[in-house]
Design a protein. Structure first.
Length: 473
């Protein structure tokens, strides 16, 4: 019991230090300001005076008037957001983070506060966060497009923003009776998302990714502060896998991955969602004949011109750690500081998961244990992959795609190449939807002519196996 209480005290202290005992974070109750001579400043000053007296309705009125007087007055936006937050029941930094702490219930099952709270409590917290985010998102939108006075920046409140968004995400996965720590985890490979868990979210997937992407933006703005918040939302057992100093850096890598995946989720046509969001299922999801051929890295790994379609289990991803964090380190490594993105996520390598030992990704007759070309990049060095704009895996050197000059589409695509990629997608879609084994329109030979790809490695037996597990509507 002593150890558990000590642990809880320690992460509470960590969050307190991250948020700061004074300053601009949303949960801090102070925030006095000296009034300037203009109306917005005076109104904001009066708003903070009322806020400190707990007269929240009056404070909200002053802050709203200040924003009407000067929509770029950042201190008024933060004051308004603080006031709305303070008026919400059950939304307090330590209380929200405490719900994320995993523990063992009386039956020996791992659970947390989000899972055991009542529906009424969960709904109340969710509605409260929505009320706060209505104003906070307006401020963030203004700050990130240079439409405020920049006295208070998004980076000043990124830690608070992260808590709110991660809490919202945790409430969404609660609906499918799982914990956020089952989705976002940390191990020796870095910090990652278990995409297989997301398969169960159904209609909640896009809103969940949207919440996570919003938190990810805050992580990128203030990684050191936000990383402390992330630790509170991850199970304690994962923290032994890498040093605390690495948390911020690895968090940025995860943040980029989440943002990229959310961008795709919000834009992909509904009838192609299965192509991108059936994670690691051991089937060909996009119609090119290959099985789980892509890695979630925001690059084209097979040369068909698409990015992150039909991805393999994301737990195989090993992210780059100890990346350069400033321009001097870039120069020391011989990188060009004018073109190198310090916030980009880099995939170091792929670790073969046991489940893939019996899977033949390129359908050439060899399973993973005998065919590591399915798991190794043509260029081992991540920086070399970036420089050469080639993130393909070795197995792709033996296949070709129709419409592509040389059988492979380049990563840089102009309008002409994009048109060819779309022509290939049209053919792949015909194949993907041809899944009724009792009414086959295109045999494997025809599919090889239409698309190329891994279909050239098929035979009659492999072709029949392709139909297994496919639901005909």
């Amino acid at each position: 019991m002593r150890k558990k209480l000590q642990g809880k005290w320690m992460w509470s202290l960590t969050i307190a230090l991250s948020l700061g005992f004074a300053g601009c974070n949303l949960f801090h109750p102070t925030g006095s300001r000296d009034a300037d001579n203009d109306d917005a400043a005076a109104l904001t000053h009066d708003g903070y005076l009322e806020y400190q007296k707990a007269n929240y309705d009056a404070a909200r009125n002053f802050f709203s008037k200040a924003i009407r007087a000067d929509s770029g007055y950042s201190e008024a936006w933060i004051g308004l957001t603080k006031t709305v937050l303070k008026a919400q029941e059950g939304i307090e930094a330590f209380e929200l983070a405490s719900y994320a702490q995993s523990y063992e219930d009386a039956n020996g099952k791992r659970t947390n506060g989000f899972l055991v709270m009542s529906d009424e409590k969960a709904d109340s917290i969710s509605r409260g966060i929505d009320s706060v985010m209505f104003y906070l998102n307006q401020f963030v939108a203004r700050d990130t497009t240079d439409r405020t006075d920049k006295k208070v920046r998004f980076s000043n409140i990124a830690d608070s923003y992260t808590i709110l968004q991660l809490t919202k995400a945790a409430l969404r996965v609660r609906a499918v009776n799982t914990q956020l720590s089952n989705v976002v985890s940390a191990n020796s490979s870095g910090m990652m998302m278990d995409l297989n868990v997301l398969n169960d979210l159904g209609d909640s997937l896009k809103p969940f990714l949207n919440d996570m992407a919003a938190a990810a933006e805050a992580i990128k703005v203030a990684p050191e502060a936000a990383a402390e918040i992330i630790k509170a939302y991850l199970p304690d057992s994962t923290r032994q896998d890498f040093e605390d100093d690495d948390y911020a850096e690895i968090s940025v890598g995860l943040a980029n991955t989440v943002i990229q995946m959310n961008d795709r989720a919000q834009t992909v046509p509904e009838d192609r969602e299965d192509v991108f969001f059936n994670f690691g299922n051991g089937r060909d999801d996009d119609g090119d004949g290959c099985v789980d051929e892509e890695a979630l890295d925001n690059y084209d790994n097979d040369g068909d011109g698409e990015i992150d379609e039909d991805v393999r289990d994301s737990r195989s991803i090993v992210l780059v750690k100890k990346r350069p964090t400033n321009y001097q380190e870039l120069k020391d490594l011989g990188q060009d500081p004018t073109t190198y993105d310090l916030t980009k996520a880099q995939l170091d390598s792929l670790s073969v998961l046991e489940k893939y030992n019996i899977i033949d990704i390129d359908m050439d007759g060899k399973t993973t244990k005998d065919d590591l070309d399915e798991w190794e990049f043509i260029y081992r060095d991540p920086n070399e992959r970036d420089e050469k704009k080639n993130h393909r895996l070795k197995f792709t050197t033996t296949i070709n795609f129709m419409y592509a000059d040389g059988g492979m589409f380049p990563e840089d695509q102009d309008d002409k190449i994009t048109e060819k990629v779309n022509s290939l997608i049209e053919k792949k879609e015909l194949i993907r939807k041809d899944k009724d084994i009792n009414n086959i329109k295109y045999d494997w030979r025809k599919r090889a002519e239409m698309v190329g790809g891994c279909w050239t490695n098929y035979d009659d037996e492999k072709f029949l196996k392709w139909f297994e597990g496919r639901i005909v509507k």
